[in-house]
Design a protein around this ligand. Structure first.
Ligand SMILES: NC(=O)c1ccc[n+]([C@@H]2O[C@H](COP(=O)([O-])OP(=O)(O)OC[C@H]3O[C@@H](n4cnc5c(N)ncnc54)[C@H](OP(=O)(O)O)[C@@H]3O)[C@@H](O)[C@H]2O)c1
Length: 250
């Protein structure tokens, strides 16, 4: 018996076309899960699919911010009899803006993508969750609890994800739904490929010096997703796993 196995589990992953979501798809596939992979870009979703072994996985190319179309598109995608054992919400965007450039519409946009899509999708999928046990994993960020220059709007969005997930965990514990967040520090993905600190040698050295174990790789986050989705974490809910190579320990 392997408590970390995802055999016989159906897992939905958003942001599966890139970075952490793609790595999570690969790790879940290795543990035997059947996957429902969501992302905007169909070509990149197919690229993820090509890296997986199980042929039962399915993809849905969808912009999760299109709230009016989401219920219909999902109900077509999720067949009536389908039972979902877990969701990983990895879809998200970042923003790096000095606060003097703050604009309400930019805050609206990042809250829409990072917060509303994840919680609205959760609401729509709730009736499909396995009534015996299910697990929801929201990818938040270390920025939800630690400050950085020019990250006010992004931090607000991730703070909302981490706080919302806690209350959701309490509200749905009686229905055997576990809800947890993961708070990564800097992970090498397409999201961070063009970050300011990667364009300047001194800035890169300065940023790396804040990371005792260096920057993370997508699989460092993916393996914790597997843990939170698996029965090995069956007594864990309402909490956050920090994965930041020691960044916040200083
Ligand atoms: N990388 C880091 O250092 C880091 C650190 C802490 C937290 N995080 C969080 O981890 C999550 C994944 O980040 P990542 O680094 O893997 O980023 P990424 O490589 O840029 O991937 C982002 C994913 O989100 C999807 N997405 C974005 N907007 C969407 C929308 N409106 N509808 C549907 N899908 C959408 C993208 O789909 P398409 O490819 O189809 O556009 C892509 O699959 C994000 O929530 C991010 O905030 C990342």
């Amino acid at each position: 018996m392997n408590p970390f196995s995802l055999k016989n589990k159906t897992i939905m992953i958003t942001g599966a076309s890139s970075g952490i979501g793609e790595a999570t798809a690969i790790a879940c596939d290795q543990q035997g899960a059947t996957l429902l992979l969501l992302g905007r870009n169909e070509e990149r979703l197919n690229g993820t699919l090509d890296k997986l072994s199980n042929r039962k996985h399915r993809i849905l190319a969808i912009d999760l911010t299109e709230f009016e179309e989401l219920p219909e598109q999902l109900s077509v995608f999720l067949k009536d009899e389908l039972i979902i054992d877990g969701i990983v919400h990895a879809a998200g965007i970042t923003s790096t803006y000095p606060f003097r450039l703050f604009k309400p519409e930019q805050l609206d946009h990042i809250l829409k993508v990072n917060v509303q899509t994840a919680f609205y999708l959760t609401k729509l999928v709730l009736p499909k969750l396995n009534k015996q046990a299910s697990s929801l994993v929201f990818i938040s960020s270390i920025m939800a609890s630690v400050g950085e220059v020019a990250k006010t709007m992004y931090a607000m969005s991730k703070g909302a994800v981490s706080a919302g997930a806690k209350s959701l965990a309490i509200e749905y514990a009686s229905r055997n739904v576990r809800v947890n967040t993961i708070a990564p520090g800097i992970v090498n993905t397409p999201m961070t490929a063009n970050a300011t600190y990667k364009t300047n040698e001194n800035l890169l050295a300065e940023t790396l010096a804040k990371y005792p174990l260096g920057f993370g790789e997508p699989e460092d986050v993916a393996y914790s997703c597997v843990f939170l989705l698996s029965d090995a974490s069956k007594w864990i809910t309402g909490t956050e796993i920090v994965i930041d190579g020691g960044y916040s320990a200083k």
